[in-house]
Design a protein around this ligand. Structure first.
Ligand code: B1M
Length: 211
């Protein structure tokens, strides 16, 4: 039995209380924080992503797992040494005029579960704001979400704004949201499209050459 089996199961089930207790137990037993994250939390979220892709669990369960992982991360964060957090940064937001954030939050949580550091700009984010944050943080990936057909052009406008600022080549652009398609991503010269949160993790890793 792996050291983290109970924690893995609690995250997969979305059982916050058990997951927090197991995380605290692991800390008390002086387990390495990075190991708790990698083997206890990320491994569980990988399994959640896998089951979601196979249609064995659905969005509400995935949200519960993501929330459970988030709570455990909050417990672990103060124990992380400088340099133990990932160096791969993602600036994330829902585009201008669009207030839908459930899917975007789910994608952010799954990416965080996979070890990315997320800077979430929230909803209704203007192109200039995306560009400013990408520049400021030297982000590896810019993730944009849109749920309304009429707000999708905000993605194209942001890609143009990145080009105009001369930083387009420095950041990978990933887009998603119910009306967004792979074809649209190619049209606006985004680097990647993902149809759901589990695929977003796969796509983000692929963009940065992470196995
Ligand atoms: Co609105 N809404 N809504 N809404 N809403 C939709 C999107 C709609 C399809 C409903 C419908 O008409 N059937 C429709 C859009 C039609 C269209 O343009 N194609 C619509 C509309 C019209 C509107 C308003 C205009 C309604 C009105 O006021 N007349 C209005 C607009 C407000 C605004 O944004 N300016 C509005 C408002 C709202 C609420 C505020 C009430 C609420 C949002 C609450 C919130 O987000 N905090 C809301 C909701 C809840 C919905 C529905 C019911 C559910 C959306 C959702 O959260 N899905 C939605 C109908 C539907 O989708 N069934 C609808 C669950 C979520 C997990 O999935 O967001 O698709 P989703 O995210 C997925 C993937 O798309 C992908 O991964 C996620 C997880 O698997 N993904 C990414 C998302 N972002 C990604 C980014 C990536 C990669 C993947 O990389 C960066």
């Amino acid at each position: 039995m792996s050291d983290f089996e109970t924690l893995n199961e609690a995250v997969i089930k979305g059982d916050v209380q058990t997951a927090l207790t197991e995380t605290q137990n692991a800390l008390d037993a002086a387990k390495e924080v990075r190991g708790i994250i990698d083997n206890g939390l990320i491994a569980a979220m990988d399994e959640v992503g896998e089951r979601f892709s196979k249609g064995q669990l659905f969005v509400p369960q995935m949200l519960r797992s993501a929330k459970t992982m988030q709570e455990c991360m909050n417990l672990l964060k103060p124990h992380l040494q400088e340099g133990e957090t990932t160096t791969k940064g993602v600036v994330m937001g829902t585009v201008k005029g669009d207030l839908h954030d459930i899917g975007k939050n789910l994608v952010s949580m799954m990416l965080e579960g996979a070890g990315f550091e997320i800077q979430d700009l929230g909803v209704d984010v203007a192109p200039e704001e995306f560009v400013r944050k990408v520049q400021e943080l030297n982000a590896d990936i810019l993730g944009m979400s849109a749920l309304l057909s009429i707000t999708m052009p905000g993605m194209a406008n942001t890609v143009k704004a990145l080009q105009n600022s001369g930083i387009r080549e420095k950041v990978k652009v990933m887009i998603g949201g119910a009306p967004v398609t792979d074809k649209y991503a190619r049209e606006i010269q985004a680097d990647s499209y993902a149809p759901d949160a589990a695929s977003a993790v796969v796509a983000a890793k692929k963009l940065l050459g992470i196995p």
